[in-house]
Design a protein around this ligand. Structure first.
Ligand SMILES: [Zn+2]
Ligand SMILES: [Zn+2]
Length: 314
């Protein structure tokens, strides 16, 4: 069965706290495993979450502040030690190549050849990644930072009632899907369009350290799942602006304007405790009425079920 869920490994910005590990997020998507921003302690959090090094197919680093990448050495050395035998792609800002090299070869270990570098530069980078396209776009932070997005291509879902009505069954269904039309025994022709309906692709976006900028809105546009930093509440908006971060209110505004289906807030300043979580939700609710989750370590958050309802006219 295909699994599409976010496994939250850590939710703290800058420094870990007693209740929150440094960042770390695994997005499981069918057979792929996208590990975003492995901060310090990610390897152990993976163990707590029941995630194996063999589950990883991509490591995506938004930028080279420690809370987003200090887990890279441990994760890569674990991949080597566990003899992971499939390729693991590693995307990161090309401007931080020197940091990548230090993290990649931080200590002496029996190295692995499965890590494939995918340095990111420019305004838009796309890679095929199993069943999805992975996109990177620049964000706005004191050092170069990129956000990521996954898109499943749109497809079609078969309509069993219509297939039965036309007498299409067994191997004929596969033939109809492959060729787009089929000649029935009575000589009539049935088309794929008659027996199927459009199936929108699913999507997810991962937006870490940034101010509001075009990249944020492009990445979040109509995604099913948006994981976004909300380091501060609005009372600290000046700090957020000074250090290149978002407030919960801004994250909510992004979700509302972009038509996001499920919003996950994370990357919290250590000044906040669990008791402050309702304040984050309240700020989001000023603009966004959809599903909002304040992430905690080791949560598992499903990608919402496919939205097959006909789209309303804007
Ligand atoms: Zn950070
Ligand atoms: Zn940062």
């Amino acid at each position: 069965m295909s699994v599409r869920e976010l496994v939250v490994l850590g939710t703290s910005s800058a420094v870990p706290t007693r209740h929150r590990n440094h960042n770390g997020y695994l997005l499981r998507w069918d057979g792929e495993g996208f590990l975003f921003d492995p901060g310090e302690g990610t390897q152990r959090q993976m163990m707590h979450a029941g995630v194996s090094s063999h589950d990883l197919t991509w490591i995506c680093v938004t930028h080279f502040h420690g809370d987003h990448c200090l887990g890279v050495p441990g994760v890569i050395q674990r991949i080597a030690r566990d003899r992971v035998d499939h390729q693991v792609q590693a995307a990161y800002p090309a401007a931080g190549e020197h940091y990548w090299r230090r993290l990649r070869h931080a200590t002496s270990f029996g190295d692995t050849a499965v890590i494939v570098r995918r340095p990111v530069s420019g305004d838009l980078v796309e890679w095929p990644a199993g069943p999805v396209t992975l996109t990177a776009r620049p964000l706005s932070h004191p050092i170069e930072s990129y956000g990521y997005r996954l898109d499943e291509p749109a497809g079609r879902r078969m309509l069993p009632g219509e297939l039965a009505r036309r007498g299409v069954h067994g191997p004929m269904v596969g033939e109809l899907q492959r060729h787009g039309s089929l000649t029935l025994p009575d000589g009539s022709t049935v088309t794929l369009a008659e027996c199927s309906a459009p199936r929108p692709g699913q999507s997810a976006a991962f937006v870490m350290d940034t101010r509001l900028c075009d990249g944020v809105f492009s990445l979040a546009d109509r995604v099913d799942l948006l994981v976004i930093e909300s380091t501060f509440l609005s009372a600290e908006a000046e700090l957020a602006a000074a250090y290149g971060h978002l407030t919960a209110a801004q994250a909510g505004r992004v979700a509302a304007e972009c038509g996001v289906r499920r919003l996950v807030l994370t990357h919290f300043s250590e000044r906040y405790s669990f008791d402050d979580e309702p304040r984050f939700v309240a700020e989001v609710r000023e603009t966004y009425a959809g599903d909002v989750i304040v992430a905690r370590d080791l949560m598992r958050i499903p990608v919402p079920k496919r939205d097959t309802a006909p789209k309303r006219a804007p």
